[in-house]
Design a protein around this ligand. Structure first.
Ligand SMILES: [Cu+2]
Length: 83
């Protein structure tokens, strides 16, 4: 198992952090997710044979949020918050 920490941009409330948590948990190979809204940060434990940090970041982006080291722009999908 591997741990990675990913900076997540665009989270504004608990609904957002739970969206990110759900998106990461849906990735095959992810075994544990801790999302901190105040730190804008996701800590993910994953099986490196099944997934990669790139896929985790993609899942965050698909949920409508940003990951800081590849994309500093605000979320563009419009799904950002709890609606
Ligand atoms: Cu929200």
């Amino acid at each position: 198992m591997q741990f990675t920490q990913i900076k997540v941009t665009g989270m504004t409330c608990g609904g957002c952090s739970s969206n990110v948590t759900k998106a990461l948990n849906a990735v095959n190979g992810v075994v544990n997710v801790i999302v901190s809204l105040s730190d804008a940060n996701a800590t993910v434990e994953y099986d490196e044979k099944l997934t990669s940090p790139e896929q985790l970041k993609l899942a965050i982006k698909e949920a409508g949020y940003g990951v800081d080291n590849t994309d500093t722009s605000p979320p563009s999908t419009g799904k950002g918050c709890c609606g």
